[in-house]
Design a protein around this ligand. Structure first.
Ligand code: GAL
Length: 810
């Protein structure tokens, strides 16, 4: 009989405390009814202490048994529990798992014998256990608590398919080698005659075709064949295949010896070489970001749709082609979506700088084993991280981590994130956190300065981060500098042939411990905020891809924002060919990418340094040369102050005064007219981004006359299937042209009506003109509405529709 895999996430009961007596008890009235994924503690947005979630808690759920499963084996599979889980069935211990970032199964068969109902109790220890990675010293992220990923009830025959491992390689003639290892749960008895049948189809196809049949004569059996006409998985066209494995016992069907499983995979080759990373023999520069798996309020506990959304944001909003799951293996939903989207993934063992004693190291090896066994069929994963992030050299340990990774997966290379130069290399790829850029130095260090292993491939696993923390509500110059630091590292990445790729730190801000961040328990290192609202630096990544027209003007054009009214540098962060600038509908100038400072970026930023154009000649009657000098003078005067102009500008001023017969007062008048734009009409700037001769995006800057709230909802239809569903709502305050208002910090009230619930508080304030929240389903169908109210702005109504299609439960 086929095995059954039943989602087991609704209707758990939870208590924030635990004592041993609870093991013998059933569900008591003081337990709270919860669904999984579940956080052991809803947290504030910031300013809290990690002790809030570091405790031992207890979860219970009743399993109802019926005849149909007599003689079958029963397992519970947990996708992730932070950090130590002890599982009991009717008070009897059935299994323990240590490690918060990988899944595990416990067998309930014996405990269920002769019972109609079994009370499952899971005792969850969310404290920092020093003998378990990543603990033992400080960690720059919070580790949260709870049964924070999904749980499955699995019903299997006495013997079953334990694992299917698919390996592929592609050939130039569109054929590929497919190698399948099938692991049976028991030794094969020679009196029985087992066969394995394999069927293949592309994900999008309806029907499978048989590709092979062979005898299964050992616990692990292998089948390999060349498959013709395959379509390779790559970042532009991530074609996925399904392999159906059917195992049957030929002689004696009565015995019920059969099982079937479907594995999703892709045909691809992926190799880091000394001169670059090659996907299907084509060189690809890896441009990625680091991702933590955390969210405001609920920590790690978010269901499928939110996990998928992060992958979608990386690919479709930030335009990157890769992600590092820093600093631990992440959700299957996230990885599945990376498979579907063609995002390359570097995933690594849990840990942060610290290596513990022997027991700790054994746990770390277990983590690697589980990470690889649970994830090795994902085509998106291109590298295993088998060093503790930023740890020192420890040869005895790292020889073992590498050997283990190779034993479990001989198709993938290993890397290991270090922050030390010239360290010992047991991995295939020298993987280094390069925090050398300080705003004046070049973006990334040379490979040869970092490692003497010139033949080893080299990858930058982090950069920027703490070198320039920036908040979405920081002032304009700071946000610009943050963006420029990301331009600098990208420029270096594209320049240096021997840097195979880079993962910048990081995708979004995250809650952290007291030792890190800005004192409010947030590390503001993201190119997005915690709610995944983009900072200016996000556009730097988006603009390097061609996924949609990007044109972000780095200034609101308000000189009063800047010291001494010096507007400073204005840039268009864009993937356009040029930007045409208009002031009050008068064409000023067409500007082109700054290939001088950024010769290697696919789309360098465009510097916009003239807002006067030919007006001094046409309207003020200046000679051409004087006009150009006057423009420079007007731009530079506020930078130095009129009294402190460098000699160069004084001489320039003198020359213009003589040539154009001007007095100092005339200079001030010109400044007020062309730079301050004081008095008179409204000043309008328009920036047209031009691609292939066409305007692809226009950005306007005029004084704000209207404020509105704008929401980005990841979807208005919510669906309960395997578990509850969550939608993300990103809110920003915008002006009449859709520009985000960076200093709008007002309070908003969120009213929810209908069959959904708000996650987090119902009164929030925007930060940097943006914020976000989440809504979740609660087991009821129908229409729901969220209303956002803020003083002085129109109320926003967001409709949701909830459908319930809960899958069968016991
Ligand atoms: C690295 C570390 C990251 C983060 C980052 C901040 O040292 O690996 O987790 O702390 O610094 O820049």
């Amino acid at each position: 009989m086929m095995k059954q895999r039943i989602p087991w996430n609704y209707g758990w009961f939870y208590q924030k405390t635990f004592d041993k007596e609870m093991l013998q008890q059933s569900i008591t009235n003081d337990m709270e009814k919860v669904d999984l994924p579940h956080t052991n503690q809803i947290l504030p947005y910031h300013y809290f202490d990690e002790s809030l979630y570091q405790f031992v808690s207890c979860y219970k759920k009743v399993l109802h048994l019926n005849q149909s499963i007599t003689n079958r084996r029963i397992f519970l599979t947990f996708d992730g529990v932070a950090h130590i889980a002890s599982v009991y069935a009717n008070g009897k211990f059935v299994g323990k798992h240590e490690g918060g970032y990988t899944g595990f199964s416990v067998e309930l068969t014996d405990a269920c014998k002769g019972e109609d109902t079994v009370v499952i109790t899971v005792v969850v220890d969310s404290r920092e256990e020093k003998s378990l990675p990543p603990f033992g010293n400080v960690v720059d992220y919070l580790t949260y608590g709870g049964i924070y990923r999904e749980v499955w009830l699995e019903i299997r025959d006495q013997e079953y398919i334990e694992d299917v491992r698919v390996k592929t390689s592609t050939n130039e003639d569109h054929s590929a080698l497919l190698s399948v290892d099938v692991t049976w749960s028991a030794e094969i008895d020679s009196n029985h005659n087992w066969t394995v049948q394999l069927f293949l189809k592309k994900e999008k196809e309806k029907d499978y075709r048989a590709i092979g049949k062979y005898d299964m004569s050992a616990k692990i059996s292998n089948y390999s064949a060349t498959i013709s006409n395959i379509e390779a998985w790559d970042i532009e066209n991530p074609v996925l295949y399904h392999l159906k494995v059917v195992v049957m016992e030929q002689k004696d069907f009565e015995y019920g010896g059969s099982d079937e499983t479907i594995v999703r995979f892709g045909f691809r080759t992926a190799e880091f070489r000394k001169d670059g990373f090659y996907l299907n023999e084509k060189k690809v520069k890896i441009v990625g970001l680091n991702r933590h798996q955390s969210y405001p309020y609920v920590g790690y506990a978010m269901p499928k749709r939110m996990q998928q959304l992060d992958a979608e944001i990386l690919k479709n909003e930030l335009g990157v082609n890769a992600v590092r799951t820093s600093h631990y293996p992440q959700s299957q939903h996230f990885l599945n979506r990376c498979d579907e989207l063609g995002l390359l993934v570097f995933t690594e063992m849990p840990g942060w700088q610290h290596i513990g004693e022997e027991v700790w190291q054994e746990h770390a090896l277990d983590n690697i084993r589980e990470m690889i066994l649970q994830n090795r069929n994902h085509p998106c994963i291109i590298l295993w991280g088998v060093r503790i992030n930023e740890s020192p050299d420890l040869d005895s340990f790292y020889k073992r981590t590498n050997a283990l990774a190779k034993e479990l997966d001989d198709t993938r290379q290993t890397g290991g994130v270090r922050c030390i130069k010239k360290s010992h290399l047991f991995e295939d790829v020298y993987t280094y956190n390069d925090f050398s850029h300080n705003g004046t130095t070049k973006g990334l260090d040379d490979k040869k300065h970092v490692t003497s292993k010139t033949n080893a491939p080299y990858l930058v696993s982090e950069c920027n981060g703490h070198m320039y923390p920036t908040k979405i509500f920081d002032h304009e110059e700071k946000r610009l500098e943050h963006a420029k630091r990301h331009m600098a590292v990208l420029e270096s990445l594209y320049k240096e042939e021997d840097i195979t790729g880079m993962f910048s730190w990081c995708m979004f801000d995250y809650n952290t411990h007291k030792d890190f961040g800005s004192g409010d328990r947030i590390c503001y290192h993201g190119v997005m905020s915690m709610f995944r609202n983009p900072k200016l630096a996000a556009s730097v990544y988006a603009s390097q891809s061609d996924c949609y027209p990007v044109c972000d003007i780095t200034s609101t054009m308000d000189i009063g924002e800047h010291p001494g009214a010096y507007l400073g540098e204005v840039m268009a962060i864009t993937n356009a060919d040029s930007v045409r600038c208009y002031k009050n509908d008068r064409f000023i100038k067409e500007f082109y990418p700054d290939t001088k400072q950024y010769p290697h970026m696919p789309h360098p930023p465009i510097i916009i340094d003239d807002f006067i154009g030919d007006a001094l000649v046409k309207e003020e009657g200046f000679r051409k040369k004087s006009a150009e000098q006057m423009k420079e003078l007007l731009r530079m005067a506020p930078k130095y102050g009129v009294d402190h102009l460098p000699m160069k500008y004084l001489l320039m001023a003198l020359r213009i005064a003589i040539k154009e017969r001007l007095h100092l007062q005339d200079g001030f008048a010109l400044f007020n007219k062309y730079m301050n734009n004081w008095g008179g009409e409204v000043t309008t700037y328009r920036f047209d981004a031009i691609k292939n001769g066409e305007v692809v995006k226009s950005v306007y800057r005029t004084p704000v006359t209207e404020v509105q709230l704008h929401v980005t909802v990841d979807g208005n239809d919510l669906l309960e299937e395997e578990t509850y569903d969550v939608a993300s709502v990103r809110v920003k305050a915008i002006d009449q042209h859709g520009n985000q208002l960076p200093y709008y910090q007002e309070a908003i009230t969120i009213d929810v009506e209908g069959p959904i619930e708000l996650i987090g508080p119902s009164h929030i304030s925007l930060k940097g003109g943006a914020f976000g929240f989440y809504v979740r389903t609660k087991g009821q169908e129908g229409n729901a509405t969220v209303r956002l109210h803020a003083d002085g702005v129109p109320t926003v109504m967001i409709p949701f529709h909830v459908q319930i299609k809960r899958l069968e439960e016991r």
